[in-house]
Design a protein around this ligand. Structure first.
Ligand SMILES: NC(=O)c1ccc[n+]([C@@H]2O[C@H](COP(=O)([O-])OP(=O)(O)OC[C@H]3O[C@@H](n4cnc5c(N)ncnc54)[C@H](O)[C@@H]3O)[C@@H](O)[C@H]2O)c1
Length: 282
């Protein structure tokens, strides 16, 4: 799936949630292949989210790495829940870097929300960021792409958007929703030469899972658990037995979807989950 031959010279790529984690990995790989990259991030903590979001320093670090890889980088602090702010971000990117060729709606949050305790605020925060935030990005880039009859849109679902686990109803619903959104818009834009696809990662080693809240929640049996103590419970979700994958493995799928080879691939979901797909029925 990794396509080192992909040249993205002259392309402009936009990535939400690009300050760290998978977004940073995508930004670097796209820049290494010749793209200019625009990244935005909320870069601030969110009240009902129990682990830290990226910081402005993270955003600067990614921007420097993009520039060192040879790309121009436009950065902004944007909350993807705010459709107007996303529209302005896209307009600013088009002024500074040019028309957006590739948009990766990557910003997202994790949440453990048992039905016995979930609050309306927790539910709407997850849906607003993971699902509506994805729509806001597509809504902002689709008119330009359809007019130019060219574009690649990539959304980010999850292994939990194709299956489920207990106590993640909001996260799972948001990520199943991302797939419905992706497929519907793919059909709508197909005749305009714009592809719309999702990647669906398994457990990926990023700050979304490598944080104190997640580690303690996964290992309540230990007094002072560390990340490596998650190896056993996380490996149980991956039939290949590896507990987590690296962000670059998702970047491989993203690069394929940006490549010439994928020009007629649309409306699909690429699972990168060490075998969990084998148990999916849809
Ligand atoms: N890490 C995993 O195990 C995993 C598994 C499946 C899917 N995913 C998905 O992959 C995507 C990337 O996550 P990651 O693993 O890199 O985690 P991450 O927490 O490192 O990155 C997510 C980024 O999104 C940003 N963000 C959050 N809310 C935002 C908002 N409202 N507006 C703008 N930016 C916002 C965060 O600050 C952060 O930089 C997410 O959509 C996530 O749901 C992750």
């Amino acid at each position: 799936m990794v396509t080192p031959e992909t040249s993205l010279d002259g392309k402009v790529a936009l990535i939400t949630g690009g300050a760290r984690g998978q977004g940073r990995s995508h930004a670097l790989a796209l820049a290494e292949r010749g793209a200019d990259v625009a990244i935005c991030d909320i870069a601030a903590d969110i009240a009902s989210v129990p682990y830290p979001m990226a910081t402005t320093d993270d955003l600067v670090t990614t921007a420097r790495a993009v520039e060192e890889a040879g790309g121009r980088c436009h950065t902004a602090i944007v909350d993807v829940r705010n459709a107007g702010a996303v529209d302005s971000f896209v307009a600013d990117v088009e002024s500074s870097l040019g028309s957006v060729d590739i948009a990766i709606a990557n910003a997202g949050i994790s949440a453990i929300t048992p039905i016995s305790t979930i609050t309306p605020e927790e539910w709407s925060t997850v849906i607003d960021i993971n699902l509506t935030g994805t729509l806001n990005v597509i809504r902002a880039v689709a008119p330009g792409m359809t007019e130019r009859r060219s574009g690649r849109i990539i959304t980010v679902s999850s292994m939990m958007g194709r299956s489920a686990n207990p106590a993640i109803c909001a996260y799972s619903a948001s990520k199943w929703g991302v797939i419905g959104l992706t497929k519907s818009i793919a059909l709508e834009l197909a005749a305009f030469g714009v592809t719309v696809n999702a990647v669906a990662p398994g457990n990926i080693r990023t700050p979304m899972i490598e944080n104190d809240w997640f580690i303690h929640m996964m290992r309540p049996d230990l007094d002072a658990p560390v990340f490596d103590d998650l190896a056993m419970p996380l490996a149980s979700l991956h039939p290949m037995g590896v507990p987590w994958l690296e962000p670059e493995e998702i970047t491989g799928a993203v690069l394929y979807l940006c490549s010439e080879a994928a020009r007629h691939v649309t409306g699909t979901v690429i699972d990168v989950n060490a075998g969990a797909s084998g148990a999916f029925t849809a």
